[in-house]
Design a binder for this molecule. Structure first.
Ligand code: ZN
Ligand code: ZN
Length: 359
């Protein structure tokens, strides 16, 4: 990872926001800027210095991982941060909204009365919006493990198998193949449970005539994959097939439109309009997608409220769904990279309609 380039982006942000220092506590932002993979610490960035602070549990780990000018240990986080800010001689300080209230109160109450504090959130997130080649490589590797893991467990997808057996086998397969960890609790939702967009695997058995939605991903060197397949367990009703075809077409249309310059709200609109035309508007309740990288859900938001525009290097999901209570549901999800030429789909599992009993 090119930490000097990332540091330069943070320094440019300081200039842009007319700030003297940033105080970061969000683990993924810290990891992005200095390589620390632990869960607790603080990173202070000024134009001249990058200082990482943590407590005694993490000092040894930090010394082997962190790329910074200085690594220090604190007993109380607020006191440690104040000491660094004092030594840097700063006035205007940006801090993340995720900074614990107790720590912020410490900084404000015990720090210099001359310090001016500015809340930041989107500004810091924006540092991670456009992925570098090495980040794209890791996300692609994680996507490749999705395909390999899914291919391995696909033969077990049969009527009578329990949803939890599927999620467990999929997690095991991905980890055995080299994934660091599953990206999130794997969703396996079959039959009427498919109408729950976030139905984690249950005791329910797959049954013939149902659809099953499997939403899963893994993590490689901190970077995540996220993909959803919906499969038919034998022949399904005309209505379920119509729902599948509608979601697939909405997914394909939105994906085809991904290119630099398109508003992300427009991608959401393309998928939503098609679903509405087919009469399912009220059954597509969530946004079209989300950015992904060091976190499963990060910027940019891809929804009707999104203000962002697709830019080269962004990686986000396209995942329309239709969820009809009492009937079932379909979601189809891929991860896409915005490229200068348009886009590249990073996930690899084919999304054409598949009846798993026909193979
Ligand atoms: Zn997903
Ligand atoms: Zn997703």
């Amino acid at each position: 990872m090119n930490y000097s380039r990332r540091r330069q982006k943070a320094v440019d942000l300081l200039t842009q926001l007319k700030l003297d220092a940033l105080v970061l506590c969000h683990p993924e932002n810290i990891r992005y800027l200095c390589g620390f993979t632990g869960s607790d610490g603080a990173l202070i960035v000024s134009k001249e210095q990058l200082v990482f602070l943590t407590d005694s549990r993490y000092t040894t780990q930090a010394r082997s991982e962190v790329v910074a000018d200085k690594i220090d240990e604190y007993r109380v986080k607020g006191d440690g941060v104040i000491a660094v800010l004092t030594s840097l001689v700063v006035e205007r300080i940006g801090f993340e909204v995720s900074l614990a209230v107790g720590v912020f109160n410490d900084l404000r109450d015990k720090g210099s009365s001359g310090w001016v504090w500015q809340h930041l959130h989107d500004e810091i997130q924006s540092l991670r919006l456009r992925k570098s080649a090495d980040e794209i490589q890791l996300i692609s590797t994680a996507a490749g493990l999705n395909l390999a893991g899914f291919t391995e467990i696909r033969p077990m997808l049969r009527p009578g198998v329990r949803e939890t057996e599927i999620s467990l086998a999929l997690e095991f397969a991905m980890r055995k193949l080299g994934a660091e960890e599953k990206a999130f609790d794997i969703i396996v939702a079959s039959g009427e449970r498919g109408a729950m967009p976030h139905g984690v695997a249950s005791d329910k058995l797959l049954a013939e005539g149902e659809l099953v939605t499997i939403d899963f991903g893994c993590r490689c060197a901190g970077y995540h994959s996220d993909e959803t397949v919906t499969l038919a367990v034998g022949d399904v009703s005309d209505e379920l097939r119509r729902i599948y075809d509608t979601v697939l077409e909405a997914h394909d249309r939105a994906l085809a439109a991904v290119a630099p310059g398109i508003a992300l709200s427009e991608l959401d609109r393309i998928a939503r309009d098609y679903i509405s035309t087919c009469g399912y508007a009220e059954y597509f309740g969530h946004g079209l997608g989300h950015g992904i990288g060091l976190e499963v859900h990060e910027g940019p938001v891809v929804s009707s409220r999104s203000k962002a525009v697709a830019d080269v290097g962004m990686v986000f999901t396209v995942e329309p769904g239709i969820y009809v209570p009492g009937v079932g549901g379909v979601r189809i999800e891929d991860m896409v990279l915005v490229t200068a030429e348009g886009h590249r789909v990073l996930t690899k599992i084919p999304k054409t309609f598949q009846n798993i009993l026909l193979r």
